[in-house]
Design a protein around this ligand. Structure first.
Ligand code: UDP
Ligand code: MG
Length: 317
């Protein structure tokens, strides 16, 4: 029996993309000497996304659908998809066709050379200036903070083998930043450059706020640098005040004119208080995350599955 390729596809309000996505992808897959399955994960869309996929699933057993019971975020959807995928190779892509299906054979050829993970890199970015600036800032800061060295210009499309998928599923953290986990697994990886298209239909679900919150998550999940920085800052501030105290004492002893005043005193105190609250805040954010992790709730909640039996591999906490 030939190898199986699973396509894991998270969908959230993508009804307009589904038909085109399946049609184009099928043509490409038909030319490959490998069996395939689609594992769509609906992340709680309230449009015709599920209806469309179910329609295709009725006539094709290889089209599988996992429906999350409400919108749980792309990271949860992808995790669910990977846990249901049965393939020897798992290719992960979005249905908006920004990363074109024609690139699938190159991913397959590359992973068959013996890599565990093959990332796609965007050859040219078809993106607004603001988005490009954002992603430079995002990945730059992230790599600086975490030392993960995520390649720049990452595309969505990527492929990995069964061993890599199994390793991925061992990561049970609630706050999941998938790119970070992928880098953290650190098996043999390769990168290929791919073309980009415009989104086929619909709109991006990642507005500025969602992107910021993802950036925040990513840094907190893979770095303790904010904690260390606040410690260093506190230390620096204390040392500075110590020096100031010595200077004041010396001035007093030498009977130099030293005019002390309330305003400067109060503003210095306020500054100190403010900094304390800020740093306690940073620590509190980490504590909140520890709290969330200790509850070890399931990573996602499923309403229904189609053309699949039983729970996915390690589907709950
Ligand atoms: N997505 C999801 N859950 C969400 C938001 C997005 O599963 O809460 C999916 C969405 O359907 C798409 C992918 O994540 O397949 C990437 O989203 P999008 O294309 O909107 O983001 P962009 O490519 O603009 O970064
Ligand atoms: Mg997209």
């Amino acid at each position: 029996m030939s190898n199986l390729l699973s396509l894991v596809v998270p969908v959230y309000y993508e009804a307009e993309c589904i038909d085109q996505f399946i049609a184009e992808t099928r043509v490409v897959l038909a030319s490959l000497p490998i069996r395939h399955e689609f594992v769509f994960v609906d992340d709680g869309s309230d449009d015709d996304t599920v209806g469309k996929i179910r329609g295709h699933a009725e006539t094709d057993q290889r089209i599988k659908l996992v429906e999350l019971s409400y919108n749980q975020g792309k990271q949860a959807a992808v995790t669910a998809g990977i846990s249901y995928a049965r393939g020897d190779y798992i290719l992960y892509m979005d249905p908006d066709l920004q990363d074109p299906p024609e690139e699938i054979p190159r991913f397959l050829a590359e992973i068959e050379k013996g890599y565990d993970l093959v990332f796609g890199i965007r050859r040219q970015k078809r993106d607004s200036l603001l988005n490009r600036v954002y992603s430079r800032l995002f990945w730059g800061t992230l790599n600086r903070f975490t030392g993960l060295q995520v390649p720049t210009g990452l595309a969505v499309m990527r492929i990995f083998n069964r061993a890599f998928a199994d390793r991925f599923l061992e990561y049970r953290e609630q706050n999941r930043f998938i790119e970070g986990i992928f880098m953290h697994i650190g098996m043999k990886r390769s990168v290929i450059e791919i073309e980009q298209r415009e989104r086929f239909a619909g709109v991006s679900k990642f507005n500025f706020r969602r992107k910021m919150s993802l950036a925040f998550d990513a840094i907190l999940d893979f770095s303790e640098l904010p904690l260390r920085m606040s410690m260093r800052f506190g230390l620096g501030l204390s040392f500075g005040s110590l020096v100031a105290i010595v200077v004041i004492l010396v001035m007093k002893m030498m009977h130099l004119d030293f005019r002390a005043g309330w305003p400067s005193l109060i503003s210095a105190l306020m500054f100190g208080f403010g900094m304390q609250l800020f740093f306690i805040g940073i620590a509190a954010v980490y504590i909140g995350r520890i709290y969330r992790e200790t509850k070890s709730r399931p990573l996602y909640s499923i309403r229904e599955v189609t053309n699949l039996d039983g729970p996915g591999k390690q589907s709950s906490g």
